[in-house]
Design a protein. Structure first.
Length: 492
């Protein structure tokens, strides 16, 4: 079953200090730079993941940071298979859960570029069956509604649990969706499979809408969805050990999914479901990194272009800026989303399933990406993990600043999120009157950290927020005509 709380889950982690740990660091720089940056990062993240592993009971983790078109850091921890004592390595295949949807939208938008459809087209003009919202049958559902979770199609978990089972799915994708979405179908329910709101006016995360978008790839391309992805995405990007079905993988390399209760790990088994485009892709950390790099590079990787840069921008444009759902923590593009809880400007997606918690994100401002894969149930602690990876690479790169700064820079505070104290660092290339202020979410200045003339240089100071409540805060640097504000999160 795909986790019903996918909109909450970004990622998390981690367990078993006693388990063997492996890590490698790739950095296309000099040996001196490697030693000063990469090894420090490795040591810091090893300690971080070890602490999480101990606390949250996760058998295995694979994680990486991408910078400058390559893997800057990667780490492998714990077990892919506890019973057989198989450690997680760079060959371990993880279930991605809902990160799979980013591959689905890539496939669909490739057909969009070829002129097969427009985002505002009604899907019923292309489907072999008719899909209408029972409460508003006169309002057409469009491609864009499927990709922004505004179609008013609803996940009926009674049905989705029923068709979830061992091995690969046995019901064809189109057959299942027809039975789920059309009156008289085996799995149809007017009240449980659809919302009463008008399509296009109501947001609610929906796996079945994403699965239907995947099926439209199959209909438009004239070949099964899994074969289209293999030929048009996986092979061009050389994404080895990547497939939607177990029959196409070496299952000995697949991480077993685990839950933890009563002091014991239990293996959920390798399962599947017929609406597979919404969350059943399995791959390795390295292969997923190739896909993320393609997205970071505007649709191209190693001379292979999968999407036009304009299409990548369209996917990562906020189409739903205001979500009529107070529990939602994201702004939504086309499948890709921006987490509102993060201190960093991230685009990405997350995944949750039985024994699966994953996250993939990129920061456009400095072409940085992170991936976290784990074979365990997850919770809310993912927020610290994701931001920690981004802050680690930020601090590591910023430590290279020596001599006279080339420009005004306000760096991300570290750690972030933080408990009580955090370090703020900034650089000024010329003598300036400098003010650094703390601002709350209402826009009110609550503390002035600096208000004085400063000579050229790079500075850092520690802010103590022990007396303040948990929440989102901002810090603003003004130096001459330069003004920049960054966000930070206080968690107690």
């Amino acid at each position: 079953m795909k986790n019903i709380y996918l909109t909450f889950i970004m990622i998390v982690i981690f367990h078993l200090c006693a388990y063997p740990q492996q890590h490698r660091n790739w950095l296309d720089q000099t040996q001196e730079e490697y030693n000063s940056l990469s090894l420090n990062t490795s040591s810091s993240l090893d300690s971080f993941f070890t602490a999480y592993m101990t606390t949250y009971h996760v058998p295995g983790i694979a994680a990486c940071i991408i910078k400058n078109d390559s893997i800057f850091w990667e780490g492998y921890y714990g077990y892919a298979n506890i019973a057989l004592n198989i450690p997680v390595t760079d060959s371990t295949i993880f279930n991605l859960a809902s990160i799979s949807k980013t591959i689905m939208v890539t496939a669909l938008m490739q057909l969009y570029e070829k002129g097969y459809f427009q985002l505002e087209d009604t899907i019923n003009a292309y489907l072999p069956f008719v899909v209408r919202t029972p409460a508003h049958p006169e309002v057409p559902i469009t491609f864009k509604m499927l990709l922004t979770h505004t179609s008013s199609i609803r996940d009926n978990w009674n049905v989705l649990n029923q068709v979830y089972g061992p091995g690969d799915p046995t019901i064809p994708l189109g057959t299942f969706l027809s039975d789920y979405l059309t009156p008289g179908g085996q799995y149809y329910s007017a009240s449980l499979n659809f919302y009463s709101q008008v399509p296009g006016t109501y947001w609610s995360y929906c796996n079945e809408g994403a699965a239907l978008a995947g099926y439209l790839v199959e209909v438009l391309a004239g070949i099964p969805f899994d074969e289209y992805c293999r030929d048009s995405i996986f092979i061009p990007l050389n994404m080895q050990h990547t497939a939607w079905f177990l029959r196409d993988l070496d299952t000995a390399l697949v991480a077993r999914p685990y839950g933890y209760s009563g002091g014991t790990y239990h293996d959920y088994g390798l399962n599947g479901y017929p609406d597979y485009p919404d969350g059943l892709l399995r791959t390795t950390l390295h292969s997923l990194a190739k896909f993320l790099l393609m997205n970071m590079n505007g649709g191209e990787s190693n001379g292979i272009r999968l999407l036009d840069t304009s299409t990548v921008r369209l996917i990562r444009t906020v189409h739903i800026p205001i979500i009529p759902a107070p529990w939602n923590l994201y702004q939504w593009g086309l499948i890709w989303a921006k987490p509102l809880w993060s201190a960093y400007d991230i685009w990405g997606h997350t995944g949750g399933d039985y024994g699966v918690t994953t996250a993939m994100g990129l920061r456009e401002s400095d072409d940085t990406g992170v991936i976290l894969l784990t074979n365990a149930d997850g919770g809310q602690e993912y927020k610290t993990a994701v931001d920690r990876l981004f802050s680690e690479i930020t601090v590591g790169i910023e430590e290279e600043l020596v001599g006279i700064p080339e420009g005004f820079i306000l760096m991300q505070n570290y750690p972030n999120p933080f408990n009580s104290t955090s370090v703020i660092k900034y650089s000024i290339p010329q003598s300036s009157q400098v003010s650094l202020n703390i601002i709350n979410v209402l826009g009110s200045e609550i503390e002035t950290l600096i208000n004085e003339e400063k000579p050229v240089g790079t500075y850092e100071l520690e802010w103590n927020a022990a007396s303040l409540p948990s929440g989102v805060y901002f810090y603003r640097l003004q130096a001459g005509d330069f003004v920049q504000t960054r966000k930070m999160i206080l968690l107690k």
